[in-house]
Write a protein that binds this ligand. Structure first.
Ligand SMILES: Nc1ncnc2c1ncn2[C@@H]1O[C@H](COP(=O)(O)OP(=O)(O)OP(=O)(O)O)[C@@H](O)[C@H]1O
Ligand SMILES: [Mg+2]
Length: 330
């Protein structure tokens, strides 16, 4: 596996140069060897699963299994026997003994993905297993000791779920010991060019393509997009553009709808970029609306003022104040 030695921007398959992600790399190294439970939170597609893997493979448990459980993907009754196993005859279809995932992960790591989806009834049983470090298979009278490191991930706000009584408070405190908060991609845009380069290399190899880079305009839009689907969305956009592209360079022509729309990416660029200040962002928004109106009216200030529902003198004043230069825009 690649480690931080090969490049400072690559840690266990995670590409990042932003200081916030570099700090996460450091945290992973620091905590990897302790058995302490780690909770990874972050929006969908931010790389939570990659981080969980990095923790396991950086730890001394790396030669033992890492077992993944998707707490949201399996019906409650099945999930219980998946996690804890069952004895022969525990229920109608239990023809033979089945080892649970806790036992499979013995001496290794159990990755509880989508932890927020875990049904309440199972939360009690999980808490007991974590506290006592032993599990009892369904229909079995004996408990089994297990040595498992738990890494949990969720895109949901567990504290909020605790308040709404959808998640048990005691379990929340038990798993919320070391928390890694993975920031959304829009909060670490400096990682975007690096990720693009990485995905281009990946898909060149996989799809036998020869894409060499990204046009300036296209890069600009990719950097300033808001990326609600985070790195996963970026990866899909790059793959799609590479497949559709006709030259060696990716251009805006083959970006999906929203990204291909110049206005939306400009708005996103100007708004909410550095600050949440309403005062500053309102000014940015005003300027952006004026620019849009001028583009739409091909520089006709009287018509632009009408669209903006401003008087002409007010528009002229604002054009001066915000230093809007229509010649530059067209
Ligand atoms: N920093 C990164 N470097 C390289 N690839 C990344 C990075 N972050 C995410 N990815 C890639 O993006 C995709 C989504 O990542 P991952 O599955 O880890 O996200 P997630 O947070 O678990 O998402 P979800 O909440 O939807 O399960 C994967 O294909 C992963 O390889
Ligand atoms: Mg995931």
């Amino acid at each position: 596996m690649d480690t931080a030695e090969s490049s400072p921007y690559l840690f266990a398959d995670i590409i990042a140069q932003s200081s916030i992600m570099q700090a996460i790399f450091k945290t992973i190294t620091k905590i990897a060897d302790y058995k302490t439970t780690v909770l990874i939170t972050g929006e969908s597609g931010t790389g939570k699963e990659l981080i969980a893997k990095a923790i396991h493979y950086s730890s001394s448990r790396r030669d033992m299994p890492m077992v993944d459980v998707n707490c949201g993907g399996i019906p409650e009754t099945l999930l219980e026997s998946e996690l804890f196993g069952h004895a022969k005859g525990a229920f109608t279809d239990a023809y033979k003994i089945r080892k649970g995932l806790f036992e499979e992960a013995d001496k290794g790591t159990l990755f509880l993905d989508e932890m927020g989806e875990l049904p309440l009834a199972l939360q009690v049983k999980l808490l007991r297993a974590l506290q006592e470090e032993e599990i009892r298979p369904l229909g079995d009278s004996k408990s089994v000791k297990v040595d498992v490191r738990i890494v949990a991930a969720t895109a949901r706000n567990l504290a909020d779920m605790v308040n709404k009584r959808l998640f048990r408070e005691d379990l929340f405190y038990r798993i919320n010991v070391l928390t890694i908060v993975v920031p959304p991609l829009r909060d670490r845009r400096e990682d975007i060019p690096l990720l693009i380069e990485h995905f281009i290399k990946k898909f060149n190899k996989r799809l036998r393509l020869k894409i060499t880079g990204v046009s300036e305009d296209c890069m600009h839009r990719l950097i300033h997009h808001s990326w609600p689907g985070n790195v996963r969305e970026l990866e899909n956009v790059i793959e799609r553009s590479m497949v559709l592209s006709e030259g060696n360079e990716l251009t805006t022509e083959f970006l999906p709808g929203e990204l291909a729309d110049r206005q939306s990416s400009q708005t996103d660029e100007l708004l909410f970029w550095d600050t949440l200040s309403i005062k500053i962002n309102s000014k940015k928004l005003e300027k952006q609306l004026i620019v849009k109106a001028l583009i739409k009216t091909k520089g006709n200030k009287t018509r632009a003022a009408a669209l903006l529902e401003l008087s002409l003198p007010a528009l002229l004043y604002k054009i001066k104040e915000y230093d809007v230069n229509y010649e530059e825009l067209s």
